[in-house]
Design a protein around this ligand. Structure first.
Ligand SMILES: Cc1cc2nc3c(=O)[nH]c(=O)nc-3n(C[C@H](O)[C@H](O)[C@H](O)COP(=O)(O)OP(=O)(O)OC[C@H]3O[C@@H](n4cnc5c(N)ncnc54)[C@H](O)[C@@H]3O)c2cc1C
Length: 397
């Protein structure tokens, strides 16, 4: 196996996971992150077993457990009556079952802090306030450059999110297509909610042309709330665009009291609204010794809660593929083949879910019947995936 220096552009969930995986493999890793601190925005993240499998592998068993809530299930409910459509079990097997990995709800900031601490503990430098604008490919190495950075390495990973400079530098600007959906999100203090049961439950509400999901984070101190609505057009793909809470209240008028109560509890100063875009799959993920991962190459609509999970799986697959090959180039080619198929499938299912969640009339009735029969099998294909086994399988031919 060929190793050396690896430079990661982007110190988000995907970049830091990749840094830990590559360092375990023997690379000397450095991370370049444009922001100055880990104080990212306040959204929650659902971490499914396919992702926690990887995070456990990089040594985050206890650290992750300490920042997470562990839900047993998520209820799907009718938008107005509150009637239960189905309950999706999120934990399979018992603690003694070695093959089962936990499902967690975490605060994004806590997860980033946990990954950052692990990187620091592993002596991986994270250069903050370093924006990278350009990458280049040469024989047997590649380079990155930014306003005050110019470094070369044997491997460069673009983990710099939806507006990736690395992707643009390799392939030019991409052309996202507005999905017709906008998502509102906010964090609610559990103390402000009179019903303690509501504050501790994870619920997905299906309504006509809209849906809402909420779950507790930070040991139940806060509730993460995301409400998805339609819009005729949208220009800016940003997660941090402020939204007017009064518009949110109006958009979900007539919904069940629980939803009204949660929306009422969102701090108007921290109420965000973002347009959701489809990104057609890239034909290639990299060139020479440069590759991409996570949202930089396959941003995923949030209706399967798998965007961060895909970035985490990518990091593990990248390191595992390079480990299996004699050269970095061959490892990158294998990585791209293994991951392209999986991520395209997850992008497709996420897109379909956006359609299914919002059905109306008879179609919604049929959907509810099917969902009640399927239960947790709805999510099994995503959650049971073992990225290490899948790479092994690829190399067996
Ligand atoms: C509200 C919300 C809820 C979500 N919920 C879930 C969920 O429940 N489960 C799930 O799996 N996914 C979820 N997702 C998706 C998930 O957050 C993303 O898929 C995930 O963050 C992608 O990780 P990433 O590391 O690829 O990119 P990012 O998290 O975007 O990280 C990219 C990093 O690169 C840095 N960067 C960008 N450009 C540069 C540059 N030029 N130079 C240096 N650094 C740069 C950024 O500052 C950032 O730190 C959600 C997304 C949102 C918005």
């Amino acid at each position: 196996m060929d190793s050396g220096q690896a430079l990661i552009v982007g110190g988000g969930i995907g970049g830091l996971t990749a840094a830990l995986c590559l360092q375990q493999l023997g690379f000397v890793v450095q991370v370049y992150e444009q922001t100055d601190s880990t104080n990212s925005d306040g959204a929650g993240i659902q971490l499914s077993p396919n992702a926690t499998r990887v995070l456990h592998q990089v040594g985050l068993v206890d650290a992750l457990a300490s920042i997470s809530s562990k839900p047993d299930s998520i209820d799907v409910q009718h938008w107005r009556s509150g009637g239960r459509v189905t309950t999706i079990q999120l934990t399979h097997g018992g603690e003694a079952d070695q093959s089962s990995f936990p499902y967690y709800h975490v605060h994004r900031r806590d997860l980033l802090a946990c990954l950052t601490e692990a990187a620091t503990h592993a002596s991986i430098p994270i250069h903050r306030g370093k924006r990278i604008d350009d990458v280049g490919v040469a024989e047997n190495h590649a380079w990155i450059s930014g306003p005050d950075t110019h470094e070369k390495a044997s491997l460069i990973v673009g983990a710099d999110g939806i507006h990736s400079s690395v992707r643009r530098s390799l392939f030019g600007p991409d052309k996202p297509i507005f999905s017709g959906h906008v998502a509102w999100r906010g964090i609610v203090s559990a103390e402000s909610i009179s019903s303690k049961t509501l504050a501790t439950r994870a619920v997905l509400w299906w309504g006509p042309q809209k849906h809402v999901i909420h779950y507790p984070v930070r040991g139940g101190q806060h509730i993460n709330v995301v409400c998805v609505d339609r819009a005729p057009h949208w220009n800016n793909e940003s997660w941090t665009e402020p939204g007017d809470k009064m518009d949110l209240v109006a958009a979900f008028g007539g919904w069940h009291d629980d939803v009204t109560q949660l929306i009422g509890g969102i701090d108007p100063r921290a109420c965000y609204r973002w347009g959701l875009f489809n990104h057609p799959p890239l034909k290639r993920w990299g060139r020479g010794r440069v590759t991409l991962l996570g949202d930089a190459c396959h941003p995923t609509l949030p209706y399967l809660a798998q965007g961060a999970a895909m970035a985490i799986e990518d990091g593990a697959a990248l390191a595992h593929c390079i480990k299996k090959c004699a050269s970095i180039e061959n490892g990158l080619a294998a990585y791209e083949r293994v991951r392209r198929k999986r991520t395209i499938r997850i992008q497709q299912i996420s897109r379909q879910n956006g359609y299914i969640f919002h059905l109306t009339g008879t179609a919604a009735w049929v959907r509810n019947r099917v969902a009640s029969l399927m239960g947790e099998r709805i999510l099994r294909h995503a959650h049971d995936y073992n990225v290490f086994a899948s790479v092994d399988e690829y190399f067996k031919g």
